[in-house]
Design a protein. Structure first.
Length: 180
């Protein structure tokens, strides 16, 4: 983190503390209801990530089940072998399980991946970008609120430097434009 970024984070933390204690007014933006939209977005994000995890788990479970069936068929075939079963039931069971395994993988794995897993994964890939945009907007709001409080303080109690108030007002307008 750069020194400028560190200073901004310290200033934002100070502004948040001052908001909590009532020294700085918090801007209420009716167009962008932060708490409600954030709550709904986080709920959607959690549900989508859970869906992605469970969808992948479903495919992994199918693969594990077919692998287990293959091992069972191989064990039965090895147990009976040539000596115990003259009718070849163990070999035919093993062949049936191998065919089922090949058909399941071919018929289910590819389409499931392209129709379910890949779209969910693409959808979940948007969440970090949206979270970053929400965080940036919150930072811009904090910067704007801090400058607005500074202008209010300078207007109530003029400073020795007469150019400080107009300069701070200009900074506040720039912060407001960046926020909106």
């Amino acid at each position: 983190m750069s020194w400028a970024g560190f200073k901004k984070n310290v200033n934002r933390a100070t502004t948040q503390v001052m908001m909590k204690t009532g020294h700085v007014e918090k801007t209420n933006d009716r167009d962008y209801e932060v708490e409600e939209r954030n709550r709904r977005f986080k709920t959607m994000e959690a549900a989508a990530l859970r869906l992605q995890k469970e969808s992948k788990g479903y495919l992994d479970s199918l693969r594990a089940m077919t692998a287990s069936q293959m091992r069972i068929a191989e064990t039965i075939d090895a147990f009976y072998g040539d000596s115990g079963a003259k009718d070849g039931v163990s070999r035919s069971y093993k062949q049936a399980v191998e065919d089922l395994d090949a058909e399941t993988i071919k018929a289910l794995d590819g389409p499931y991946r392209t129709t379910v897993l890949d779209p969910i994964t693409r959808f979940c890939a948007y969440f970090p970008d949206v979270n970053e945009a929400i965080k940036k907007r919150a930072h811009k709001l904090l910067d704007y609120d801090a400058l607005r409080a500074k202008v209010k303080r300078l207007a109530e109690k003029p400073d020795k430097d007469a150019t400080k108030l107009p300069r701070t007002e200009k900074e506040m307008e720039m912060a407001k434009a960046a926020y909106e």
